[in-house]
Write a protein that binds this ligand. Structure first.
Ligand SMILES: Nc1ncnc2c1ncn2[C@@H]1O[C@H](COP(=O)(O)OP(=O)(O)OP(=O)(O)O)[C@@H](O)[C@H]1O
Ligand SMILES: [Mg+2]
Length: 368
């Protein structure tokens, strides 16, 4: 029996209330209860920082607006500045600077806020929104991008509306892995200004696509950094508008990669079955693990030193999600138009099918 990937426990992402004002907090807790949702609390920007981008909705109390600005918390979608009449600056300058989508003045905005809380679709936190998978290479050339492409193609073939996100600025472009470099559509540089709510259908329409697969990749220009806010907006739109999201991350985690890891339901680190690769992967794992609740290892052959997949996983202290040892001809070549995941047989294809099925419950196509 091949090792099974374990379905990650549902991740509950709750609205975040950021305020140190006890009266305001009481009001907001009452409104959240009326809207039927639980919330997370942070009294100040330091406490809010790690939950700021992953939270589906942030209500920022007027008392913490300036402190959050000073702490340089990034722009994010669905940020509401809330306070009582007289507490909020009438010119809404702070709201604009911090990127709030709305300003809610209490008590007038109470019914509106209850609606926002009630909108927090419990299905999403129970896992019925898009499943998000992040991939990391344990060392350079580990096979993370090929696995990302394979997962995305497999999911799309199973009729899951899929988004493949290339978040590695130095990776050379996932559209190349798929053989899609000629396809028309938007790429990161045009989207990287996105810091508000990205409209999911609009995002999908604008990106290069084939069937159920949509890809967000790089052009050949010189943009080399991805703003965390652009990633947050993309993940937010994708969670609402797609079924399956695959994010190919850089090994050197940047802020955008941290946002993606925090949003991911499951992350995999791909490691060739070699001693040095395992040692390098240990460093990648140490950097990634604090940001992701469910991190597993995929071991890739061949294993010249006969290192077993289970030994690699044990050395890294992670569950083994699978083994993608190649057979001759099973690994796609980049830029040939015969992209990752085209083959429906071989260990890589079998692994992709198993992961997609385990994470979504949708059976992926078997060997053609
Ligand atoms: N499962 C596999 N088995 C054997 N070889 C593979 C496998 N996956 C990928 N490769 C080979 O390794 C090369 C690097 O793969 P890939 O670009 O996916 O690695 P990566 O981890 O994304 O690397 P980078 O550090 O450049 O991001 C590919 O060109 C491919 O030929
Ligand atoms: Mg790569």
């Amino acid at each position: 029996m091949p090792p099974r990937t374990s379905v990650p426990p549902p991740i509950r992402r709750l609205p975040l209330l950021v305020t140190g004002d006890d009266d305001l907090l009481d009001d907001l807790l009452r409104l959240a209860a009326a809207g039927g949702t639980e919330v997370e609390l942070a009294a100040d920007p330091a406490a809010a920082r790690t939950r700021w981008l992953p939270a589906p909705l942030v209500l920022l109390g007027a008392d913490q607006a300036q402190p959050c600005l000073r702490a340089r918390l990034p722009h994010r979608p669905r940020l509401v500045l809330v306070g009582r009449a007289g507490q909020l600056d009438p010119g809404w300058q702070v709201a604009e600077l911090i990127g709030a989508e709305h300003v809610a003045t209490l008590p007038t905005a109470e019914p509106w806020l209850v609606d926002r809380f009630a909108e927090q679709d419990p299905g999403r936190s129970d896992g019925s929104g898009a499943r998000i998978v992040a991939l990391l290479g344990g060392r350079g050339g580990a096979g993370a991008s090929v696995l990302a492409g394979g997962l995305a193609v497999t999911a799309a073939r199973a009729r899951l509306r899929t988004l493949l996100v290339d978040a590695d600025p130095l990776g050379g472009g996932l559209d190349l892995v798929l053989g899609w470099e000629q396809l028309e559509g938007l790429r990161w540089p045009s989207l990287s200004g996105a810091d508000g709510r990205v409209d999911a259908p609009a995002l999908v329409r604008a990106l290069p696509s084939r069937g159920d697969l949509v890809v967000l990749s790089w052009d050949r220009g010189d943009l080399l950094a991805l703003p965390a806010s652009a990633m947050a907006a993309t993940v937010d739109a994708a969670r609402r508008g797609r079924d399956f999201v695959v994010i190919d991350l850089p090994r050197q985690l940047d802020d955008a990669a941290v946002v993606a890891l925090q949003a991911a339901d499951q992350a995999y680190v791909v490691v060739p079955a070699e001693l040095r690769a395992t040692a390098a992967a240990a460093r990648v794992v140490a950097a990634a693990a604090p940001h992701c609740a469910a991190l597993s290892v995929v071991v890739r052959g061949p294993a010249p030193g006969r290192l077993r997949a289970t030994e690699v996983a044990r050395a890294l202290g992670l569950p083994l999600a699978g083994d993608a040892a190649p057979r001759a001809g099973a690994v796609p070549r980049a830029g040939t138009g015969r992209g990752a995941g085209r083959r429906r047989e071989g260990p890589l294809a079998a692994l992709c099918q198993r992961i997609v099925a385990d994470l979504t419950g949708v059976p992926a196509t078997g060997a053609a």
